[in-house]
Design a protein around this ligand. Structure first.
Ligand code: F6P
Length: 369
């Protein structure tokens, strides 16, 4: 794999999809073609390279300018993605029928060489970028692009996909206000975000929730109950409670509903649990809405489209400038490059003294503490 002249690059999308993936793909394909490079999209994470037999029409798709026309505003990813079968921890069966996680990254490196790929632009969250960083250590030129609705990647002010998720969650909270008020109910809204409370915090404050529960602030259910009862006393007979899927009670843990080999833990159930407790402890009729994957679907907001296009074009410029092992990061008003290892080293959670939390507190929002 040549360190200098680039002729052919690959691009892939890994982990959960996020609005803006197609905009990044388009920006990469068009700006790379302008430089005379060939661009290939890898199907379904690394599967197109790793398991080509699954793809009768080819595990790599040639991405010409024509092939990426009209996709900027479309959700999902034209390449497909997966959060199964991490090549560094590939679920593998032993002869005795038991399973273990095997590092199969060398096989993928071989496939990169076989397909004469000079560099990879990897679009992903912490899992996918950690994998990409391993390929860089093994000699492939790699540029990362930060994607996740959770916004939990370090060293970038924001990841693409987050703004769309927060905008949609806020719209849902707005809609729930009227029905909560009409029926004098408590409405619990569970949102995604894994172990970070960014989506719950930003949508909850914007949607004027009464209670916001995030993993960074373990909650005391009695504090939530006091808030709901106080509102009743003030003749505000409804309450909106926004709960991050990773929220946890004081002394407790996030609600994990599954863990498979080679995959991240699945979270869920906390909204239902809290709704049940509120109903029991206040006597107030309570309903729960789990927004789940709705937050990942649909057309990206203007903000997400623009940063996705900026990230994609910046990734190509980085390769042209000879960079490798870096992630494109938003550092307003510009984009810059940070070492991939720094971006994936730790999760970016909500700082307890950030001004959005302070704003929420000033507005009387209860954080369960
Ligand atoms: O990381 C993005 C995310 O949507 C998380 O917010 C959520 O916990 C997880 O992915 C859900 O993953 P899956 O698509 O496997 O249900």
């Amino acid at each position: 794999m040549s360190k200098n002249k680039i002729k052919r690059i690959a691009i892939n999308t890994g982990g959960g999809d996020a609005p803006g993936l197609n905009a990044v793909i388009r920006a990469v394909a068009v700006s790379a073609e302008k430089r005379g490079w060939e661009v290939y999209g890898i199907r379904d994470g690394y599967n197109g390279l790793f398991l080509p037999e699954r793809y009768p029409q080819g595990g790599l798709i040639r991405l010409t300018h024509d092939r990426v026309r009209g996709i900027t505003n479309i959700g999902g990813t034209i390449l497909g993605t997966t959060n199964k079968g991490n090549p560094l921890k590939y679920p593998t069966k032993r002869k005795d029928g038991t399973w273990f996680e095997k590092d199969r990254s060398d096989e993928i490196m071989k496939a990169f060489r076989k397909n004469k790929i000079d560099a990879l632009i990897a679009i992903g969250g912490d899992g996918s970028l950690t994998i990409a960083n391993e390929f860089e250590k093994k000699g492939l030129r790699v540029i990362g692009v930060p994607k996740t609705i959770d916004n939990d990647l370090d060293k970038t002010v924001i990841t693409f996909g987050f703004d769309t998720a927060v905008s949609f969650a806020t719209e849902c909270i707005d809609r729930l206000h009227s029905t909560a008020q009409a029926h004098q109910r408590a409405m619990v809204v569970e949102v995604m975000g894994r172990y970070a409370g960014w989506i719950a915090l930003n949508s909850g404050v914007s949607g004027t929730a009464d209670v916001i529960l995030i993993p960074e602030i373990p909650y005391d259910i009695d504090k939530v109950v006091v808030k709901v009862k106080d509102r009743d006393r003030e003749h505000r007979y409804f309450s909106i409670v926004v709960v991050a899927e990773g929220a946890m009670p004081v002394g407790g843990k996030s609600s994990v509903i599954g863990k498979e080999l080679g995959r991240a833990e699945r979270l869920g159930g906390i909204g239902e649990h809290i709704a049940h407790q509120i109903e029991e402890l206040t006597g107030k009729e309570t309903r729960v809405v789990v927004l789940g994957h709705l937050l990942r679907g649909g057309t990206p907001t203007t903000f997400d489209r623009l940063i996705s296009l900026r990230f994609g074009a910046a990734a190509v410029r980085a390769l042209e400038e000879g960079k490798s092992g870096v992630m494109v990061a938003l550092d307003p008003p510009t984009v810059r490059y940070v070492p991939l290892a720094d971006a994936t080293h730790r999760m970016k959670t909500v700082p307890l003294d950030c001004d959005t939390i302070l704003t929420g507190r000033d507005l009387g929002i209860c954080f369960g503490d």
